[in-house]
Design a protein around this ligand. Structure first.
Ligand code: ACO
Length: 317
């Protein structure tokens, strides 16, 4: 991936929001309907419960509104809406419906890169700001429960619904993005896929094996572009697919899992929402301070991988 051009207009995140459906489905509840157990799901995935329900538009409007409120911005001031989702409510127009319900007056489009959608959207949003936009609303939302086969014990415990949003604003001087990487390996498409109108099909072991490798590769590229070492990173914000994948990736990168934001135990895998949900959780808990270096890294169907290094709040060229 190319390095960020010197002098390109930078951005910082000035607000964030989250939305989870009200309905909680525990592991015990799943075990009552299929041949599985709380112990198996917890030990193999780290998931204890997940949220199920709602629509991609509805969850996006909720998280997006919160992010706008925190940024203190009237909706009319947003220059572009980027909606990362792999589960749009309709073939097209999902982002346009969100734009309308939020009262935005700007362009709106969907980004579909499976579970890396938010990361692809984050790089795209920075690109829009480099091209002259001043304020971009980026929302990552998925309603994977709608494309989950609830009779398949190999996939049903993993996937769930949720949304996370951030407002990005242009800044004078250096922005937050120090380095980024977007990657894809289409030769691995068959190990994790969903036909239009179908459900998620997955070769779990193979996805696991490749996920760790592709995440670590991408993270190392972003660290190199940013010119920083893993020891400089205050917090890793990884895609929440499986606690064992997060642990293995942290081990290979040489950073303690204590320095990762983990919400999978209560969210499951929410795809495009997973990284913004983990980021918001860390922010709300006060784990991130101005000037901290963050490594955001994810992987997803395709297979895709993406990562970036952010300096929280920007500054310090
Ligand atoms: N409950 C109980 N037993 C189960 C369950 C279940 N829910 N699912 C599988 N098993 C059984 C299997 O049948 C197998 O039994 P056997 O030994 O008698 O044959 C045994 O448990 C082990 O199964 P494995 O598939 O080998 O289990 P593994 O340790 O690999 O864990 C898992 C499976 C959790 C799916 C893991 O492989 C994984 O997390 N893979 C990555 C998945 C992932 O991240 N997907 C999302 C990608 S993100 C995106 O873009 C959507």
């Amino acid at each position: 991936m190319p390095a960020i051009r010197h002098g390109a207009k930078g951005a910082v995140i000035s607000g964030w929001g989250t939305a989870l459906p009200e309905k909680v489905v525990t592991n015990e509840e799943l075990a009552a309907t299929m041949d599985t157990s709380d112990e198996w799901i917890r030990s193999r995935t780290g998931i204890e419960e997940r949220r199920v329900g709602g629509s991609t538009v509805g969850l996006s409007v909720e998280s997006g509104r919160q992010a706008l409120e925190m940024a203190g911005l009237d909706p009319s001031r947003i220059d572009a809406l980027v909606l990362a989702t792999t589960t749009p409510d309709k073939q097209w127009g999902t982002s346009a419906a969100v734009q309308n319900e939020l009262g935005l007056f700007c362009g709106a489009f969907d980004v579909n890169a499976a579970c890396t959608g938010f990361m692809y959207g984050l790089v795209t949003a920075h690109g829009l700001i480099a091209m002259g936009a001043d304020r971009v609303l980026l929302i990552g939302t998925d309603t994977l429960s709608r494309i989950t086969d609830w009779n398949d014990r190999a996939t049903a415990p993993l996937f769930a619904d949720g949304s996370g949003a951030v407002v990005l604003e242009s800044v004078d001087g250096p922005g937050q993005m120090l380095g980024w990487d977007l990657d894809a390996d289409g030769s691995a498409l068959s190990i994790l896929q969903s036909e239009v109108g179908g459900t998620i099909k997955m070769e779990g072991k193979e996805v696991f094996r490749r996920a760790v490798r592709i995440m670590v590769d991408s993270a190392e590229k972003s660290l190199a572009h940013a010119g920083v070492q893993i020891d400089d990173i205050k917090l890793v914000v990884p895609h929440q697919a499986n606690i064992r994948i997060i642990r293995a990736a942290c081990d290979r990168l040489g950073i303690s899992i204590d320095r990762a934001s983990v919400v999978i135990q209560r969210t499951g895998n929410t795809s495009s929402a997973s990284i913004p949900l983990a980021l918001a959780d860390a922010l709300d808990r006060g784990r991130i301070e101005h000037g901290d270096l963050l490594l955001l890294v994810g992987f997803g169907g395709g297979m895709t991988a993406a990562s970036c290094v952010l300096r929280w709040g920007g500054g310090l060229e």
